[in-house]
Design a protein around this ligand. Structure first.
Ligand SMILES: [Zn+2]
Length: 343
């Protein structure tokens, strides 16, 4: 399929680079790859004939339509400390440029790392009581199966039924009830501004914007969406002395991204914006640089051959065809395991 599905390049999405964690309940494990797999991935991308470019250069190439060389871009979302401590030394040694999209509220310790907090609270309790009154038995989460079911149920509820502000209120209430310190969690996991300043002076590194509050923009009003984007821009400019030129939508999936948001970002003056719509880059993407697809490197599939498969574009063609066919032929369930929602 490669001759039909392969594009001119690919933008890879990563989150954590860290040693494998022990344990059976790890609902965010797809967001974690090891430093060994990061190294192997970079080598494999290059062996396939792709040059690893800084984001600026890749976006320029895409927009100018020069498709003669194949290129890949490495991106990390949110601003985790392991990007500095674990990923950066590997990428520096390999001379591979990369981009980190920073959610400024996480760096300011104001924004809730709710998906991690939820994992911790489910892991350390036998049931979670959500109701305000605190009565009732709550959602059971004693066994690993129950913990996974509880996580999935709350993830669905918090990202579709609850509004963005209700989602955060619920997490704050849970954190209070189960004595979980949200700002200590951000302190432990996220870089601070000094660490980001250290990275921003490094020629291999591009820092992009990822909003302030890490909200699914499409679920916010016009005013709130603009405010979340602009607060992120102002905070980065104030702390790093530079306005970010590139943007990544939090979560980046079709529920979190809308055409309205793409227009907002273009009005504000961003050069590019990336989603997590799974696909390689094709010349057609030059028409809408505010909605570029990305390839998420999935922590559940840390094998070299998967990088080759991603670069062919074939898994995405299959996935998109299956989505279009509404899951016909059983292809969708098989292929979509590759593309769980990211953060
Ligand atoms: Zn994110």
């Amino acid at each position: 399929m490669a001759p039909f599905t392969q594009g001119c390049g690919a933008i890879f999405t990563m989150h954590h680079v860290t040693a494998k964690r022990p344990g059976a309940f790890l609902p965010n494990q797809h967001l974690e790859i090891t430093p060994e797999f990061l190294r192997v991935s970079v080598e494999r991308i290059r062996r396939n004939g792709y040059e690893i470019l800084a984001l600026d250069e890749a976006v320029d190439l895409l927009k100018s339509g020069y498709g003669r060389k194949r290129y890949a871009v490495l991106t990390f979302d949110d601003g985790y400390r392991d990007n500095l401590e674990v990923a950066y030394p590997v990428l520096k040694e390999l001379k591979a440029p990369f981009t980190i999209y920073v959610a400024s509220g996480l760096i300011d310790r104001e924004t809730e790392l709710w998906w991690v907090a939820l994992e911790h609270m489910i892991n350390t309790n036998d049931a979670l009581v959500l109701a305000e009154s605190g009565t009732g038995e709550g959602i059971p989460c004693r066994t690993v199966d129950e913990k996974n079911a509880c996580y999935q149920r709350l993830l669905d509820f918090l990202t579709t039924e609850a509004s963005e502000s209700e989602q955060r209120q619920i997490i704050r209430r849970l954190a209070e009830r189960y004595d979980f310190d949200l700002s200590a969690l951000a302190d432990r996991m996220m870089m601070n501004w000094d660490e980001l300043r250290q990275l921003s002076s490094e020629p291999l590194v591009t820092l992009g914007a990822h909003t302030h509050g890490h909200h699914a923009l499409a679920r916010l009003s016009d005013d709130d969406a603009r405010k979340d984007i602009m607060t992120g821009v102002y905070r980065m400019q104030a702390e790093l002395g530079r306005k970010p030129k590139h943007f990544a939508y939090p979560y980046g999936n079709p529920v979190a991204v809308s055409a309205r948001d793409a227009r907002l970002l273009a009005d504000i003056g961003f050069n590019s914006a990336v989603t997590t719509f799974p696909n390689v880059l094709k010349s057609v993407n030059a028409r809408n640089p505010m909605m570029l697809p990305r390839v998420s490197i999935n922590g559940h599939f840390q094998q070299e051959y998967i990088i080759d498969q991603y670069l062919t574009g074939a898994p995405f063609a299959l996935y998109n065809a299956a989505r279009w066919a509404r899951g016909g032929f059983g292809v969708r369930s098989g292929v979509s395991r590759l593309f769980p929602s990211t953060r």
